[in-house]
Design a protein around this ligand. Structure first.
Ligand code: HEC
Ligand code: HEC
Length: 399
């Protein structure tokens, strides 16, 4: 009797355990999709800077709602949603590609950001039928603080807008009001402080106090109760600065040390230089000795960013990349078809999502799409014996 009771109890208990295991594993599989690997801060931070990095990280992962000022239109509730590969603060998944668009009748090629979500029931932005679209891939934020710390003169030293050396490669600095703009796929933003404030406003509809970032972006006229659940500006400068601290103190992606020493890889990097890839994808820079002057409201640059040798593989200049990559849309002072050389560090984490609109699904394809100023270099790559082409690719895969 007792034994029967225990047996019953046992089987009930077992089935309970099994069911909860099953639901638990289904649950954790779902959760696992959302759990991204932790971000990696720079190695040389002070305790205080590490605390600022952590506070910024919490905001970077925080799912904003209308109560904090999200919307009325937006593309993501967290920064992390578009920046988490291979770790939080990295690049974005393919389905998170943003869309910039223009209307042929508008007389401008400046792309407007499309918003696919809204806090109200019903539509966010509506894409006009004849809109010209340009997809933009979320880039990695790893190492951006170091990129901001490169002295302007060091970048300008690579510019050759009139092609004086007659190698077909120009490199035009994106200058606006006397400042070099180095961030974004078409170099349309000068500083990380501005990029962060812009991301808050554009991607999340959250306004902040600085001029230019203190008005909503919604193109639809929402009812008042939807538009203004909390007063403008939605967030303080402190929120922008915390996010700035997080982004600018992220460590750059490290090389794949496992495959670094291979003969193929070393030969590949030599060839990369010989066929002029390195003219635009400039391997190394030395960051400045003095902090770069950010906006007056922004936190000062950490000394951990100064006097460092870095290997981003970019010249941070605009290049005319030819007709195939030209989708008709421009940002900032760029012309349609001009793109900023993307840093190649961390390339191995986005091998199937290459170029500004992710159209390159492997490095070979990305190279074949190069045209315009890069046509000669591309042709030189295609003319290499198969073994040498493979060496270049092996090298790229270690970045
Ligand atoms: C819906 C997707 C999305 C969300 C959400 C998002 N971003 Fe981005 N982010 C992008 C895309 C796309 C780009 C590339 C823009 C371009 O092509 O110039 C980008 C680029 C950036 C850059 C510049 C990178 C560079 O290479 O120069 C910074 C900095 C940045 N984002 C910060 C943030 C911060 C901070 C947040 C949260 C407030 C955020 N992003 C939220 C999609 C997103
Ligand atoms: C004239 C300058 C220039 C030269 C020369 C050049 N590139 Fe590029 N490269 C660019 C620009 C600009 C882009 C971005 C184009 C875009 O986003 O549409 C790019 C993108 C790439 C990408 C994709 C990176 C990413 O994150 O999406 C790879 C890989 C690449 N180049 C490799 C090479 C190799 C290998 C060579 C030599 C055969 C080379 N490039 C020569 C300017 C250049």
């Amino acid at each position: 009797m007792r034994q029967g009771f225990y047996q019953l109890r046992r089987s009930v208990w077992l089935s309970f355990v099994i069911t909860s295991l099953l639901t638990a594993s289904a649950f954790s599989a779902q959760e696992a999709k959302k759990e991204h690997d932790p971000p990696v801060p720079l190695a040389w931070l002070t305790t205080e800077e590490k605390a600022r990095f952590d506070a910024g990280r919490r905001l970077f992962e925080f799912p904003f709602t209308a109560k904090e000022g999200l919307g009325p239109v937006f593309n993501g509730r967290t920064c992390e949603a578009c920046h988490h590969i291979p770790t939080i603060g990295g690049s974005g998944p393919g389905y998170r590609g943003n869309i910039r668009y223009i209307l042929p009748s508008s007389g401008t090629t400046q792309g407007t950001l499309f918003h696919d979500k809204s806090i109200a029931q019903g539509p966010a932005d509506v894409l006009p039928e004849n809109a010209i679209l340009s997809k933009r891939r979320p880039s990695t934020l790893m190492g951006l603080g170091l990129i901001e710390a490169i002295p302007e003169e060091a970048i300008l030293a690579h510019a050759d807008p009139d092609d004086k050396d007659r190698d077909g490669i120009r490199g035009r600095p994106a200058m606006k009001e006397g400042r070099l703009m180095r961030f974004g796929s078409q170099s349309h933003v000068a500083t990380l402080f501005e990029f962060v404030a812009d991301a808050l406003r554009q991607e999340m509809g959250m306004t902040s106090p600085m001029p230019g970032f203190n008005t909503e972006t919604a193109s639809i006229d929402f009812p008042r109760f939807v538009k203004n659940p909390i007063p403008e500006p939605n967030v303080s400068v402190d929120v922008v600065n915390k996010l700035l601290d997080f982004v600018s103190l992220l460590a750059p992606p490290e090389r794949d040390s496992f495959n670094l020493g291979g003969g193929q890889v070393i030969r590949g990097e030599k060839l990369f230089s010989q066929i002029a890839c390195a003219k635009c994808h400039v391997p190394s820079f030395h960051t400045g000795a003095a902090p770069y002057a950010r906006a007056p409201q922004a936190t000062a640059m950490s000394v951990a960013l100064l006097n460092r040798d870095i290997r981003p593989y970019s010249d941070f200049l605009l290049h005319d990349m030819g007709a195939t990559l030209n989708d008709g849309v421009s940002l900032g002072v760029s012309k349609p078809g001009e793109y900023r050389t993307p840093p190649l560090w961390g390339l191995r984490f986005r091998l199937h999502q290459l170029l500004h609109d992710s159209r390159g699904s492997n490095p070979e394809q990305a190279i074949v799409y190069h045209g315009g100023e890069a046509a000669r270099s591309r042709n030189a790559f295609l003319a290499l014996p198969a073994e040498d082409r493979q060496a270049v690719i092996e090298f790229l895969r270690t970045l």
